[in-house]
Design a protein around this ligand. Structure first.
Ligand SMILES: C[C@@](CO)(OP(=O)(O)O)[C@H](O)COP(=O)(O)OP(=O)(O)OC[C@H]1O[C@@H](n2ccc(N)nc2=O)[C@H](O)[C@@H]1O
Ligand SMILES: Nc1ncnc2c1ncn2[C@@H]1O[C@H](COP(=O)(O)OP(=O)(O)O)[C@@H](O)[C@H]1O
Length: 287
């Protein structure tokens, strides 16, 4: 039995994001299309039978260890298992900008849940892991399931979808956006009519919008400018509540030409959209 594994924690894009209502607890009901990218963080999990407990080998900037979603995921899984378990060292290779709408924290959490379920030989099924994941964040279940999906509710009711696996230029304008601030904005559109999409949605997601975009454009001029710049070359959207934005291209070379010409001072990357999570691909190879 291997006692150390390194697993991918891919980014997600919200190819569109509609706000269709609000729950009595104030949370917004969404309709969104999630697709993964072949770019993300890596999580290394190493069992430490000689030393019990969950340990992060290196803290993330501005995230206390007890708030780190990988630690919270490991603790939640250990509590659910309710049996003595070997300790684990967790290390995060962070590539995704934090709080950028790419779901990096949620993906790190899902990778930790699935990786430790494997290493600790707990054999929990994906329904149980998705349920556990939802207690950590609305985006965790889609990463646990591992298929691109149409998400409803707060994003936890998932129907697998197969949008085209295009190439994306992802840009991170130089500002950080607080999700709560956008969802509490007075001007947010909260009544987009519900849409019905065919279960294996294969259409053009850029027909639909991101309902957070107007509020984000108004409050964050850097995002406004970056969206205007990227939109010159094709459909450009905000992912989640931003600050990251993406442009869609049919080939890697088309995406790279635009990437090379981006304005100075903007970071980001080029990546391919994938409908099957790189995490699940790797876990299948391990079995
Ligand atoms: C918007 C999405 C779309 O995929 O992604 P990100 O931009 O975070 O990547 C998610 O729904 C983000 O879900 P989650 O990660 O759980 O949100 P949090 O950051 O915890 O939410 C911060 C606050 O925003 C508000 N909130 C969040 C989600 C939602 N559906 N309705 C809300 O009203 C709540 O007030 C919440 O306390
Ligand atoms: N492992 C982690 N990686 C990223 N962020 C984390 C992690 N653990 C906790 N967080 C917190 O979660 C917040 C949201 O992170 P992230 O998932 O990257 O962005 P978003 O929700 O915008 O897609 C961060 O700002 C950070 O405070």
């Amino acid at each position: 039995m291997t006692s150390s594994i390194t697993l991918p924690a891919p980014a997600k894009l919200n190819l569109f994001l509609h706000i269709v209502g609000r729950r009595p607890d104030g949370y917004h009901e969404l309709q969104t299309l999630f697709q993964f990218l072949d770019h993300g963080d890596d999580i290394t999990l190493t069992l430490t039978p000689e030393r019990p407990g969950i340990r992060l080998t290196q803290a993330l900037d501005d995230v206390p260890d007890q708030d780190n979603l990988v630690v919270r995921a490991a603790e939640a899984l250990a509590k659910r298992a309710n049996t003595p378990l070997p300790g684990v060292d967790i290390s995060i290779t962070k590539r995704l900008p934090m709080g950028g709408g790419l779901g990096g924290g949620s993906s790190d959490a899902a990778t930790t849940l699935l990786g430790l379920n494997h290493l600790w030989q707990l054999d929990l099924d994906s329904d149980e892991l998705a349920q556990l994941g939802l207690t950590l964040g609305a985006d965790v279940p889609v990463f646990v399931r591992g298929h691109a999906a149409f998400g409803e509710g707060v994003g936890e009711k998932l129907t697998p979808a197969t949008p085209p696996e295009d190439w994306f230029v992802v840009l991170k304008p130089g500002c950080n956006i607080n999700t709560g601030k956008i969802f509490s904005d007075q001007g947010l559109t909260r009544n987009t009519p519900r849409i019905t999409i065919a279960p294996a949605f294969e259409g053009d997601a850029s027909r639909y919008r991101n309902d957070c975009e107007d509020a984000v454009r108004r409050l964050y001029p850097e995002v406004n400018q970056s969206l205007d710049w990227l939109a010159q070359f094709g459909p450009a959207r905000l992912t989640g509540t931003g600050a990251c934005i993406f442009g869609r291209f049919p080939t890697e070379s088309a995406a790279r030409i635009i990437w090379e010409s981006k304005p100075s001072g903007i970071t980001g990357f080029v990546a391919k959209g994938v409908n099957y999570s790189p995490l699940h691909k790797k876990l299948t190879e391990l079995k």
